[in-house]
Design a protein around this ligand. Structure first.
Ligand code: COA
Length: 244
């Protein structure tokens, strides 16, 4: 089992767990990610993705990649799984300790929220192996850090340390390694305190195509304006104030 999955009522923690290969993402891991996504599409919950053994993931599995050819590249094996992670209804939090390289970095880029440890090392060394990053880096990294910084990172294969990743906005906060998972849980706690449907709709609006704004917000908000949960939460707020 290369992906350890712990289920709670409002979240799932998925831990990449292949320490002997520095959590390199192989076909089994991709299958497990698809199975996890199927479950989260059916019963939406926040997902925390992390890695065991002081590493997030040292890339796609190079032993598998070496034996893949053009037809495999065209199947977008890793990209398809990471797109599915990206499109999960509820937020995805990547808690990154140690190396997040190549495909590991691309899995992290697919998350909505990224936090790291002081030991974080993130980047895309693919061209050094004679391939390119093709599972999200070239289209997601410019959105996350801006075009100039994405170009520098992807064209040079430079690996960022934790402070640089924070300064670039690639992670939103840094934590001691032994507090990283707790920090991810407290973000999940904040999400869990909100109305799940309102969170899901916010994520859909954030991920919409530019040409869909603002019509998509109006439609999603229209649904929320009629929801029993909105009425309940707003009435609670107003009555609490009235009884002060
Ligand atoms: N794919 C397959 N196997 C990998 C791997 C990967 N991406 N990354 C590490 N491994 C394997 C190593 O081959 C080694 O296996 P072995 O013990 O059977 O020889 C094992 O994991 C431990 O790796 P090692 O290099 O000894 O660990 P380290 O802690 O000294 O170094 C890294 C860690 C991450 C710096 C180093 O493993 C590395 O550079 N990995 C490749 C990074 C990369 O180019 N990723 C992009 C892939 S697209």
């Amino acid at each position: 089992m290369t992906l350890r999955v712990e289920k709670q009522s409002d979240r799932i923690v998925a831990t990449l767990d292949r320490p002997e290969k520095r959590n390199a993402i192989d076909a089994h891991t991709i299958d497990a990610l698809h199975a996890l996504c199927a479950e989260l599409e059916e019963a939406p919950r926040t997902l925390i993705v992390t890695g065991g053994g002081g590493v997030f993931a040292a890339g796609a599995d190079i032993a598998e990649l070496r034996d893949r050819y053009a037809a495999d590249a065209r199947r977008g094996i890793n990209a398809t799984a990471f797109i599915r992670v990206r499109e999960l209804p509820m937020p995805v939090i990547a808690a990154i300790d140690g190396y997040a390289l190549g495909g590991g970095a691309e899995l992290a880029y697919a998350a909505d929220i990224r936090i790291g440890s002081q030991g974080l090392r993130i980047g895309n060394p693919e061209p050094g192996l004679g391939i390119m990053a093709a599972a999200g880096a070239t289209w997601r990294l410019p959105q996350i850090v801006g075009d100039a910084r994405a170009c520098e990172l992807l064209l040079t294969g430079r690996i960022l340390d934790a402070e640089e990743a924070l300064a670039w906005g690639l992670v939103s906060s840094l934590h001691p390694a032994d507090e990283l998972l707790a920090a991810a849980h407290s973000i999940a706690d904040r999400i869990a305190a909100s109305d799940p449907l309102a969170v899901q709709h916010t994520k859909r609006a954030l991920r919409a195509r530019p040409e869909d704004h603002p019509a998509i917000e109006f439609e999603l908000q229209a649904e929320l304006f009629e929801s029993p949960e909105k009425l309940r939460r707003m009435t609670d707020f107003l009555e609490r104030r009235a009884h002060r």
